[in-house]
Ligand binder design. Structure first.
Ligand SMILES: *[C@@H]1O[C@H](CO)[C@@H](O)[C@H](O)[C@H]1NC(C)=O
Ligand SMILES: *[C@@H]1O[C@H](CO)[C@@H](O)[C@H](O)[C@H]1NC(C)=O
Ligand SMILES: *[C@@H]1O[C@H](CO)[C@@H](O)[C@H](O)[C@H]1NC(C)=O
Ligand SMILES: *[C@@H]1O[C@H](CO)[C@@H](O)[C@H](O)[C@H]1NC(C)=O
Ligand SMILES: *[C@@H]1O[C@H](CO)[C@@H](O)[C@H](O)[C@H]1NC(C)=O
Ligand SMILES: *[C@@H]1O[C@H](CO)[C@@H](O)[C@H](O)[C@H]1NC(C)=O
Ligand SMILES: *[C@@H]1O[C@H](CO)[C@@H](O)[C@H](O)[C@H]1NC(C)=O
Length: 588
């Protein structure tokens, strides 16, 4: 996500008051893709594919009430259940097939513009609006915003632009350019900031108007209510799609020029929150950080793509990857004239794909397990949230990653089926199994910020987090006995679990420590240096010497740390805390 970009690069001519540059920005991941547009095509399959961010239950029939009641939003601020969408970008090959250019995150900028004239008012409940013109195929420099002698206007077409992201500063153009954009192509759209104060929606968008300078200036007199200025950047990962000599980018409605970019906003802010944020957080030296805005940070989450992941499609139609053509009936129109409506209307003979129910319409409580209590399948208990940041993984014998339908129960089954006692879920979509928890793993607590990613297969369960494992233990499973290696390389023979020396280390000839340590690895080191004694300690340390200054023999159970380099089902032991598994060679 592009949190570093500034919304201020569009030159502003008027700074009407000291707080003209105050803003906050909200990062979003995508929540849905498909021919969904509850504003333009309510209750129906829309004409072209959109990529949507925001409220998790956005569907073809969404209203303010359904949005506000969704389970979560894929934008950082959970009290903003609005939905924001724009056309999907495709790349059309010379042979006519099209490839999805993946949505790569959106950033919403809420900006205090046009301030100093009237108080700024939050979006009213139920407000919907669309900015841009899907049929445009060239830059219209004639249609101007509201202007008069004091306040100059600007071409309305400036509401949209494209930024090419490369190593050079972003280059902006009103349509697609032929620049190479390895870091992505970013669509940018300004919304109307002036409201007539009466209508929540009119299909010709005449209920709202642009500021005289679009991103600043004054409202027309017939639009007396100043709204926060909404500016959205949406990035498309152009690097994922190799270009071809006869290929070109096209928006989902058949626009290969980029001038037809547009975006929709359907308000779903919880009552009062946006107004509080406007009143308290639009301050002059704002860095745009929502984390410092008290009305917003109470509902801020990070890692939206995991905590409120993308929803299953609500239109039964594939819109991802390589497709034979643009979904729907969208013919390419090169312009410069506006695209005729006949070029994106389906004949009645074309079958309309089914509309599926949205996944959630009501908030669903997350089931939070408590430590030591039963959770999931028979015999399994919750052990806790553990860190998994080290080179040696907390559970390491078996794992599955990018599991699309992961649940805690599914991972428990997977591990049980492989004869293992511990199962751990991580990053929402990974399952890890082992018979032992690696000695370096730490229980990091059950706080709100820990192990809070939704399971990819069940949004009512949490499956760990980033480098965090929710670990479960099957108390009915028998742990295989730890294995102490008795003989190594035909040279060293096991001499028991020994205490560290009291005044000096037990073995002082040479030492090494690594997360990849095994008994074998230590034997190679000491053998290479021709030391008679070797010992492994603390799961990851190797000591060699020609004499052993042990603090005495210790019970075998005190050499209870697993070798961190050992990632197979049989746990090899490498000493313990101040305890060494010691080996001796009589032939050296
Ligand atoms: C069209 O070209 C693309 C890219 O070269 C290729 O991946 C795709 O398979 C081709 N489609 C057909 C139907 O041949
Ligand atoms: C508008 O665009 C046309 C065609 O490119 C150009 O000739 C004209 O000078 C432009 N007008 C303004 C006011 O920029
Ligand atoms: C221009 O419009 C603004 C906003 O409606 C208004 O306050 C101002 O008086 C107008 N100026 C002129 C010269 O008409
Ligand atoms: C939220 O913002 C307020 C005001 O800046 C700050 O005092 C508070 O510590 C923030 N809370 C969090 C959880 O970041
Ligand atoms: C409409 O689509 C057809 C088929 O792709 C194309 O040949 C034609 O130029 C399009 N019309 C316009 C005005 O762009
Ligand atoms: C857990 O964190 C500690 C540091 O706090 C680190 O030394 C250890 O390697 C980590 N363990 C795992 C399994 O990530
Ligand atoms: C398990 O790992 C240890 C140490 O890396 C190795 O000696 C042993 O042969 C391995 N066992 C199996 C079954 O792979």
């Amino acid at each position: 996500m592009l949190f570093n970009s500034s919304p201020l690069r569009v030159v502003t001519l008027l700074a009407l008051s000291g707080d003209a540059y105050a803003f906050f920005r909200i990062g979003c991941s995508r929540i849905l893709d498909g021919r969904v547009d509850s504003i333009i095509s309510p209750g129906k399959v829309s004409g072209h594919v959109h990529t949507l961010v925001g409220s998790a239950n956005i569907g073809v029939s969404s209203t303010y009430d359904t949005l506000v009641n969704s389970e979560c939003t894929s934008c950082e601020i959970q009290d903003d259940r609005s939905a924001y969408w724009s056309p999907q970008l495709y790349y059309q090959y010379g042979n006519g097939s099209v490839m999805e250019v993946p949505h790569d995150g959106s950033v919403l900028y809420y900006i205090a513009r046009g301030a100093g004239q009237t108080p700024m008012t939050a979006f009213p409940e139920g407000l919907k609006m669309l900015s841009g013109d899907a049929a445009a195929r060239s830059y219209d420099n004639k249609t101007m915003t509201f202007n008069n002698k004091t306040f100059g206007g600007r071409p309305v077409a400036d509401r949209i632009s494209w930024a090419c992201l490369s190593t050079k500063p972003a280059r902006e153009t009103p349509g697609f350019s032929n620049f190479i954009c390895p870091y992505g192509l970013r669509a940018q759209v300004h919304f109307q900031s002036c409201w007539d104060g009466v209508n929540l929606y009119k299909s010709d968008q005449s209920h709202v108007a642009y500021l005289s300078q679009i991103d600043n200036g004054v409202c027309p007199p017939t639009y007396p209510v100043l709204l926060p200025h909404l500016f959205i950047e949406t990035s498309y990962a152009t690097k994922n799609v190799a270009v071809e000599p006869n290929g070109f980018y096209t928006l989902a409605q058949g626009d290969p020029t980029g001038y037809g970019y547009h975006a929709d906003f359907q308000n779903g802010w919880k009552p009062g929150v946006l107004q509080d944020a406007i009143d308290e957080c639009f301050i002059a030296d704002s860095s745009g950080d929502v984390g410092t805005c008290a009305p917003l940070n109470v509902s801020q989450i990070s890692n939206t793509a995991y905590q409120c992941p993308r929803r299953p499609q609500v239109i039964a139609e594939n819109v991802y990857g390589l497709l034979p053509k643009l979904p729907g009936c969208n013919q390419i129109s090169w312009g410069p004239a506006r695209a005729p409506t006949t070029n994106n209307t389906c004949p009645t003979s074309v079958a309309v794909p089914a509309i599926l129910p949205t996944a959630d319409t009501k908030p669903i409580a997350t089931q939070i397990p408590t430590i030591s209590s039963a959770f999931g399948n028979t015999g399994w208990r919750y052990k806790g949230c553990y860190n998994d940041t080290g080179n040696a993984r907390a559970l390491s014998v078996y794992n599955q990653q990018n599991v699309a339908d992961l649940t805690i129960e599914k991972c428990q089954r997977t591990c049980q089926g492989r004869g293992m006692k511990f199962s751990g879920v991580e990053l929402g979509n990974q399952c890890w199994c082992d018979n032992y928890i690696m000695n370096n793993a730490r229980a990091i607590g059950e706080g709100r910020a820990n192990c809070n990613f939704k399971c990819s297969g069940d949004s009512t369960e949490n499956c760990g987090g980033a480098a965090q494992l929710s670990i479960f233990e099957n108390v009915l499973a028998v742990t295989p006995a730890p294995v102490v290696v008795q003989s190594l390389s035909g040279k060293y023979l096991y001499k028991g679990c020994q205490k560290e020396g009291t005044s000096s280390r037990a073995l002082t000839g040479a030492k090494q420590a690594a997360d990849t340590m095994t008994v074998d690895a230590c034997a190679k080191i000491c053998l290479g240096l021709k030391f008679r004694w070797m010992g492994v300690e603390y799961g990851r340390e190797c000591y060699c010497g020609n004499s052993l200054n042990s603090g005495g023999t210790a019970p075998a159970t005190e050499c209870n740390m697993r070798c961190m380099g050992n990632t197979n089902k049989t746990a090899m032991y490498c000493g313990g805390s101040s305890r060494l598994n010691v080996y001796y060679s009589s032939s050296l």
